[in-house]
Design a protein around this ligand. Structure first.
Ligand SMILES: [Zn+2]
Length: 169
C-alpha cells in the first residue's frame, strides 16, 4: 500500500484479535451499517456484521500487511480480507464501490464518528438475532442472561394492567 499521507484529520486505530494486523483510519468514517446478508453472516460467523465504511485513501494498514489473506466471492467479485493468524475479518471491498473500503466496526478501539443507523439486506435478518428484548439474569448462572419466558411476561403484563385498572377506577 502507499505511504500514509499526513493530513490534519485525527485518526482512529484498530487491530485484529491477535494484534498482528493493525490499521488506522481518518476520523470520521463516511458511514456505518449493519449487514444482514448471508455472505457477511458466514464470513463473520455471526448473526450479522456491522461495518464502518470510508474512502480507501483514508485508510492504512500500519502493521502486519503480510499476515493478510484475501478471499474473493465468486458470485459478486467482492473481496474479503482476514488475518491469516487469528482469522479476524479485516476488510470488505465491494465491486460496486471501488473507492470505498469497509472495516468491521468491532475492530476499532474508539468511536468512528458514525453510528450504524443503516441496515443492508434487512429481509435476511435472522429470527435468532437479539432485537433488544428485555433480559433477566439466569438463576444459578452468574453472568448469563435470558429472555423472560412468555408465561412470566404475560403474568407480569396482566398484573400491570390490573394495577392500572385498579388505579383508574
Ligand atoms: Zn490476527
Amino acid at each position: 500500500m502507499k505511504s500514509w499521507k499526513l493530513t490534519s484529520s485525527p485518526v482512529v486505530t484498530g487491530q485484529c484479535l491477535c494484534g498482528a494486523v493493525q490499521f488506522k483510519m481518518e476520523y470520521p468514517a463516511f458511514w456505518a451499517w449493519h449487514d444482514h446478508s448471508r455472505a457477511s453472516r458466514l464470513a463473520h460467523g455471526a448473526v450479522y456484521a456491522t461495518y464502518v465504511g470510508t474512502w480507501r485513501k483514508r485508510f492504512r494498514i500500519t502493521a502486519g500487511e503480510r499476515q493478510i489473506n484475501r478471499f474473493e466471492e465468486k458470485e459478486t467479485g467482492a473481496v474479503r480480507s482476514f488475518c491469516r493468524r487469528c482469522g479476524t475479518p479485516l476488510i470488505y471491498e465491494r465491486t460496486r464501490s471501488r473507492h470505498m473500503i469497509n472495516i468491521p466496526r468491532a475492530l476499532f478501539q474508539s468511536r468512528t464518528g458514525r453510528q450504524p443507523i443503516y441496515h443492508i439486506a434487512i429481509e435476511e435478518m435472522q429470527d435468532w438475532a437479539h432485537a433488544g428484548e428485555p433480559l433477566v439474569p439466569l438463576k444459578g448462572y452468574p453472568g448469563v442472561f435470558c429472555r423472560r419466558s412468555k408465561k412470566k411476561r404475560r403474568r407480569q403484563e396482566a398484573r400491570l394492567s390490573a394495577s392500572i385498572r385498579s388505579r383508574c377506577s
